[in-house]
Design a protein around this ligand. Structure first.
Ligand code: ZN
Length: 282
């Protein structure tokens, strides 16, 4: 599959609909998809007709998370770096590689996307797991269908949550602890109660609802929206999100390094199948 095909781009009036497109793998996010998303978002930002970006997933799920085991896993491949907060990880070893890679494709890219100067809505159905949370959370808000669920089970790997550690800010800290300690699936309605999701609608109404909200947002002036987004993001950062996330990124990498030091690999020997089995899924 080519890089273009792993992400689909469609403009509908003032809305750019960006769709992750690896449905055979639950839209598992490999680097090809990461950079294709970045290209799609750049295209939406540069198109003056686009006022709002909607991020969606094709097939049964929004996102099953980072690609930790499909045939398209591409962690040894170099891409033209976009976040440019570290050197290319390829041909490096240990922390020198892992920290560089995750600084670029996970933390760095998600932050770039969060700061895109146009409103972004995550349209979530089915699974939104681990790395999938980072994509949904980088958007300004989430509208979910009633079949959607959210989980971050990476504590099972001994890792304190995904790289873009927004958990205590997108829900409350105590809910975040339970969410992480158990790795349990949180259904859409509960996620709405926690403030992580703005609306829950029947699956059949999801797209209409999201496009309806996007149209209303699209009637607002472009600069007003950009400044408003920055205003709320700045407030969120003053509530500690950015610096908190930086400090947790270090803990995250301590966990990866510990796993690599005492065991088989930085993921504690877990792949997608292992995680699914441990989490009680088939
Ligand atoms: Zn990681």
């Amino acid at each position: 599959m080519t890089e273009e095909q792993v992400v689909l781009y469609e403009r509908r009036g003032p809305v750019a609909l960006v769709t992750m497109n690896r449905p055979g793998y639950g839209n598992a996010q490999n680097s090809a998809m990461t950079y294709a998303l970045d290209a799609a978002f750049t295209r939406a930002v540069d198109d003056d007709e686009v006022k709002v970006v909607v991020l969606a997933g094709s097939g049964k799920h929004f996102s099953g998370g980072h690609d930790i085991g499909t045939p398209g896993r591409d962690i040894d491949r170099s891409f033209e770096r976009k976040a440019v907060i570290h050197w290319d990880h390829v041909d490096k070893e240990g922390v020198e590689s892992r920290f560089a890679r995750e600084s670029e494709v996970y933390l760095g890219m998600c932050r770039r996307w969060r700061e895109i100067p146009k409103p972004m809505i995550a349209m979530v159905h089915g699974a939104c797991i681990a790395g999938g949370l980072m994509l949904a959370w980088a958007c300004d808000f989430i509208v979910a269908s009633d079949d959607a669920f959210f989980s971050d089970p990476v504590v099972r790997m001994g890792i304190p949550g995904v790289e873009y550690f927004a958990h205590p800010w997108v829900m409350n800290p105590r809910a975040a602890k339970e969410f992480l300690y158990t790795g349990d699936r949180v259904p859409a309605e509960r996620a709405r109660e926690l403030g992580m999701v703005n609306h829950v609608v029947p699956r059949a109404d999801l797209e209409t609802t999201v496009l309806g909200i996007a149209e209303r947002i699209g009637a607002m002036p472009r600069l007003g929206l950009a400044l408003t987004k920055k205003a709320v993001n700045q407030a969120e950062d003053l509530m500690g999100m950015r610096s908190g996330m930086d400090s947790v990124f270090g803990l995250h990498h301590a966990a990866h390094a510990h796993n690599a030091e005492v065991g088989r690999d930085s993921l504690a020997g877990m792949d997608a199948r292992g995680m699914a089995e441990k989490n009680g899924r088939t």
